[in-house]
Design a protein around this ligand. Structure first.
Ligand code: TRP
Length: 352
């Protein structure tokens, strides 16, 4: 069919609404999303239901961050005319698909998922794992397949979830006997993950080692001052190490003047370049990057009615898409259709 050949590939990606986004999100995925909204049909899911799987004790935080992340999206240049921003809890088809998919996954398979294993360990759940948490990969499979997404840009840690999604897709399609669902491909950014300002492998708000997209000039300054460098580089004249030196890692990620950075690195290695000078350069780069984002974010924050409209419209569009998939799956799995075909209860024959 003609219109199929010109259709853009469908992207679904999303964020748990547990905290505002930071520079790690920016280099890892947000920048790509802004680019890909021109070449793809892109859906961005504010995953508040998934956030509840480990934040059921703090629903207020989960709700607040639906808005915070929407503001982050708009501030970095996600255009609601090009991308569809939607709220997971406003899409009941996702919950229904999750229930259906759960029958095509074993508990053993869920427990073997390396992402989940790590996360369970990190959260210290022990044996007290919320069932919703153990099953969230199935809910995420519902998210991805409901949109018929073929491209899922995610961090490296999410790759096992896409694998599990595709297993479910194959099982459901086999059961139904035709390809109702499509397999998806994880697109993992080539740039490595941005470390926290303390040098820990992962930037995370809960670790207190993040620079938020909404950070003010003072927050940025302070974060750069605190940044982990080479602990043995005490005087400017000492030779220093670049590897593991967060300031240089960030310069690589954010300073576009590669030649200048290469020269700075050489000088630092030789000795004769103080941490303060390098940090000043990085601070200037980050201030310049974040100032316009912060200003746009503040402007949208003054117009929450607009943001609410964006979410309402986006969620409505997403509802049509996800409901359609649910209907296909329901029909394929031979679920009883109340309002189709013959009536269930024939009225009793009237006996004369
Ligand atoms: N699990 C993702 C995260 O940790 C969020 C998410 C929920 C998601 N549903 C998704 C990502 C579907 C990609 C596709 O942030």
């Amino acid at each position: 069919m003609y219109h199929v050949s010109i259709q853009k590939p469908i992207i679904l990606t999303g964020d748990r609404t547990t905290g505002p986004l930071h520079l790690g999100h920016y280099v890892g995925s947000l920048k790509n999303r802004v680019r890909m909204q021109d070449t793809h049909r892109q859906f961005l899911l504010l995953a508040d239901m998934q956030a509840l799987t480990d934040h059921a004790h703090d629903p207020e935080k989960v709700r607040r961050n639906v808005f915070e992340i929407a503001l982050d999206y708009l501030a970095i240049g996600i255009d609601p005319e090009k991308s569809t921003i939607c709220v997971q809890s406003g899409l009941p088809a996702l919950a229904e698909l999750t229930m259906l998919y759960l029958n095509f996954v074993t508990v053993a398979r869920l427990e073997r998922n390396p992402t989940i294993k790590d996360e369970i360990r990190m959260r210290g759940f022990g044996r007290d794992i919320p069932a919703g948490f153990l099953c969230y990969p199935v809910a995420q499979a519902a998210d991805i397949t409901a949109f018929k997404a073929t491209v899922v840009p995610v961090g490296e840690d999410q790759a096992p979830l896409i694998e599990q999604t595709n297993e479910i897709v194959r099982r459901i399609n086999t059961q139904i006997g035709r390809s109702v669902l499509v397999e998806a491909e994880a697109v993992i950014p080539r740039v490595g993950r941005l470390p926290g300002i303390d040098g820990k492998a992962k930037m995370s708000k809960s670790q207190g080692n993040a620079i938020l997209l909404s950070a003010g000039p003072q927050d940025i300054r302070q974060a750069v001052r605190q940044m982990y460098t080479d602990p043995n580089h005490l005087r400017a004249s000492d030779p220093g190490t670049i590897e593991g030196n967060v300031v240089f890692t960030y310069l690589d990620a954010f300073d576009e003047d590669e030649a200048a950075i290469a020269a700075l690195k050489a000088q630092y290695r030789r000795g004769g370049l103080g941490d303060m000078a390098v940090k000043q350069r990085l601070e200037a780069v980050l201030q310049e990057l974040l100032a316009p984002i912060r200003e746009r974010r503040a402007a949208y924050a003054r117009d929450l009615d607009y943001v609410r409209d964006v979410l309402r419209e986006g969620t409505r569009t997403a509802r049509d898409v996800t409901d359609a998939t649910l209907q296909d799956v329901r029909a394929g799995l031979r679920l009883f259709q109340l309002d189709q075909g013959r009536r269930v209860h024939q009225p009793p024959e009237l006996t004369p």
